[in-house]
Ligand binder design. Structure first.
Ligand SMILES: [Zn+2]
Length: 234
């Protein structure tokens, strides 16, 4: 089984990391929220992000078509064509949400960091708020295989949601809250044209939450994800 952790910001950047196993499906990512901040001002923003589970989506196919072009470029294109397709997707998304377009760099094999105990993490993508640059890796660290399209698109939409947080929603720290993951999931499923299931959360120590994939698999899909307002578990 493939585990991964989506890890938080280091030095002001969001980094999406996973354990160094072959990515078979984004479904197996371990999604964990950040620890709530201690200062009152940051906590107010954190709670607002946590509660914002709605994300408006285009009523047309602009994101689906540009996402499909990324998938095609990943199948038989070069890294340059993948990067161009990502830029087109991000332009379409930025235009819809009224944001400046983020820059994107599609890089080769993911950096691997071996940690104590012998396990390793690899970087999937990151976003730097000060420059608005998204970096995304197209190959797995160990086997140098092309990243699965689902994992790739899920990383790209995740990083774009940080851009949306910083540029539009007023969440300058862009914390990984339940609301953040919900918005990222809404965007991912819309762009991929797949069914979205309500996110089911398990309470963890320290005020954090983790997605319970097992319970989610048995839940019915959300019928209309265009304006999703799902109740979060308290
Ligand atoms: Zn992130």
């Amino acid at each position: 089984m493939w585990h991964s952790e989506l890890v938080r910001r280091y030095g002001g950047r969001c980094q999406t990391r996973g354990l160094a196993h072959r990515a078979t499906s984004p479904e197996y990512l371990t999604v964990l929220t950040d620890r709530p901040p201690r200062t009152k001002a940051l906590l107010t923003k954190f709670v607002a992000s946590d509660q914002l589970t709605r994300l408006e989506l285009p009523g047309d196919d602009r994101l689906r078509l540009t996402a499909r072009a990324i998938e095609e470029a990943m199948t038989d294109g070069t890294r340059t064509t993948v990067q161009r397709a990502c830029a087109d997707f991000l332009s379409a998304a930025a235009e819809f949400y009224g944001l400046p377009k983020p820059d994107v760099r599609a890089l080769a094999s993911r950096p691997l960091r071996v940690r104590e105990g012998g396990w390793a993490t690899e970087l999937f993508g990151d976003y730097t708020p000060s420059t608005g640059v998204i970096r995304i890796w197209t190959r797995t660290a160990v086997r140098k295989q092309v990243t699965s399209f689902g994992t790739f698109l899920s990383t790209l939409t995740h990083e774009f949601c940080h851009h949306l947080d910083c540029q539009r929603l007023g969440f300058r720290q862009s914390p990984h809250t339940r609301g953040f993951y919900q918005r990222a999931a809404v965007l991912y499923h819309h762009a991929r044209g797949t069914e979205m299931k309500p996110l089911v959360w398990l309470r963890m120590p320290g005020g954090r939450w983790r997605i319970d994939w097992r319970r989610m698999r048995t839940a019915p899909p959300v019928q209309n994800i265009r304006y999703t307002a799902l109740d979060l578990q308290r």
